[in-house]
Design a protein around this ligand. Structure first.
Ligand code: 4AD
Ligand code: MG
Length: 464
């Protein structure tokens, strides 16, 4: 075992972005993607370090002292390489490293059992080795994308005067009212106390948050613009390619704003994040376009260049009813739009992102503002070609009497503080929620949500 280098290391990303010139001495640290021996007594190492999409080629001369040991290295071994950066003789890369020293820091003790061979693996298989899949091209690209999108989200809100609020992860309320809650408790299930939850840690029933919205509203009604971006949890037993039990949600909230202000914010937010990503993740996006989804870049460019269509739910239903298209579920007023309806509207009817507004009151949560017609609420879903709903939000009910009429007695008691906000300086306000992983799926074209989450949590699987 060698100790890691103390000399200054350069990342492979910096080398490729021309931070050093040809013929300079460089020191890199990384893992072997492959080892190839040439007939002329050379070894070619392909080394990656996560800093960029491409691996760098290292040429090792047979004269190097530990050459024999180097030729025995295999995919996955960790190395430190020193040498001169030179123009590449071969095809496929502009520069390569002519090694003067190669140190093995950690080898692969048993190459036959190394789970990430050089060949292509299925995504399904790679989920079973989630601790090593970041070593692959695809999952390295996803990790960088995830980071850059998170960064773009914070940058967007910060540049636009929003305050990031860390809303609680443990909560006593079910914001969405869907009953998909994970319980949080320190009670001994095998030995429950007489007083029930009164004896539990918080003295009441508590859960993992399904949304940070209710709490972020409190900050919106003092900071004017606030957002929360953090993990949320849903125990819905939907074992689908679009659902996780643990996912991240972006939830902005704006005061003195109505549904149209909210739709404008969503449009501006999506365009800004997509524009940033096309620049910040250029190589990774090219890889996604080449290997995952040929349309992913033009889809983002399409959204950036389009003007979002705004459409009432009533008109969306009318559109869906007058077409000859056959749906699995016919569209009827009063029912939620199915994914097939959403995609038809955005892909076929309007050929642009669509904001559907003003949904039937009966299918939406208590906090959405009741419209004057008393049959709809000021809700909105943003639908984009390729996936359908990407963002959902609403104007919030700021009138206490109306809010109370939409809450159960139990909810009124539990959410006394939320009701208080309607008593002391209440104002029209609105916000939305964007599923972070759904955004990543849309951007990359990766069609299973488990492949954009580092360690996905789904029914019957909390491994890693
Ligand atoms: O539509 P939802 O349930 O809205 C809310 O939670 C509101 N409180 C948001 C708000 O107005 N502040 O969820 C918002 C988004 C969905 O559009 C979807 O992208 C994502 O969260 N989402 C999920 N993503 C992954 N796995 C799941 N199980 C998800 N459930 C919702
Ligand atoms: Mg929704």
């Amino acid at each position: 075992m060698a100790t890691p280098a103390t000399k200054s290391t350069i990342s492979i990303g910096d080398i490729f972005s021309a931070a050093v010139g040809v013929n300079q001495h460089v020191l890199i640290e990384g893992w072997l993607r492959s080892v190839r021996l040439s007939k002329g007594g050379f070894a070619f190492l392909s080394v990656h370090d996560g800093s960029c999409f491409d691996a760098i080629q290292v040429v090792v001369d047979g004269e190097i002292a530990n050459y024999d040991a180097i030729t025995k290295l295999t995919t996955g071994a960790a190395v430190i390489v020193e040498g001169a950066l030179v123009e590449s003789q071969g095809k496929g890369q502009a520069v390569e490293i002519q090694a003067s020293a190669v140190t093995c820091v950690g080898d692969v003790t048993n190459p036959e059992t190394y789970p990430i061979a050089k060949k292509r693996h299925t995504f399904e298989y790679l989920r079973s080795v989630a601790h090593l899949r970041p070593r692959t091209n695809t999952f390295g690209a996803v990790a960088r994308l995830r980071h850059q999108v998170a960064f773009a989200v914070h940058e967007y809100f910060s540049n636009n005067g929003f305050v990031w609020v860390n809303t609680p992860i443990i909560t006593a309320s079910d914001c969405e009212g869907a009953g998909e809650l994970f319980r949080v408790s320190t009670l001994d299930l095998a030995n429950l106390p007489q007083n029930g939850y009164q004896d539990d840690f918080f003295g009441t029933e508590t859960y993992l948050a399904v949304s940070g919205q209710l709490n972020v509203e409190a900050f919106c009604l003092s900071m004017t613009k606030a957002y929360t971006f953090g993990p949320t949890f849903r125990a819905e037993n939907s074992n689908t390619s679009r659902h996780l039990a643990e996912f991240w949600m972006i939830e902005p909230e704006i005061a003195f704003a109505d549904l149209h202000g909210n739709a404008s914010l969503a449009e501006d937010f999506l365009k800004s994040v997509f524009s940033k990503v096309l620049v910040a993740c250029k190589d990774d996006m090219h890889f996604f376009a080449e290997r995952i989804d040929p349309k992913c870049i033009e889809r983002l460019e399409g959204v950036i260049d389009s003007k979002f269509v705004r459409l009432d739910y009533d008109d969306a239903i009318a559109d869906l009813q007058k077409t000859d298209q056959v749906f699995e579920f016919p569209a009827t007023w009063g029912a939620d739009l199915q994914s097939e309806h959403e995609r038809f509207l955005t892909e076929e009817v309007y050929k642009a992102p669509v904001v559907v507004m003003n949904y039937p009151k009966a299918i939406k949560p208590f906090y959405m503002r009741v419209n004057d017609d008393d049959r709809t609420v000021a809700a909105m879903d943003v639908l984009v070609p390729g996936v359908g709903e990407i963002v959902g939000g609403s104007q919030r009910e700021e009138r206490l009497e109306v809010l109370d009429s939409r809450m159960t007695k139990e909810q009124q008691q539990e959410l006394w503080w939320y009701r208080d906000l309607r008593r002391y300086g209440t104002v029209p306000h609105a916000g939305f929620g964007a599923g972070f992983e759904r955004l990543l799926m849309y951007i990359s074209g990766i069609d299973n949500i488990r492949d954009v989450m580092p360690f996905p949590r789904v029914p019957n699987n909390a491994a890693f």
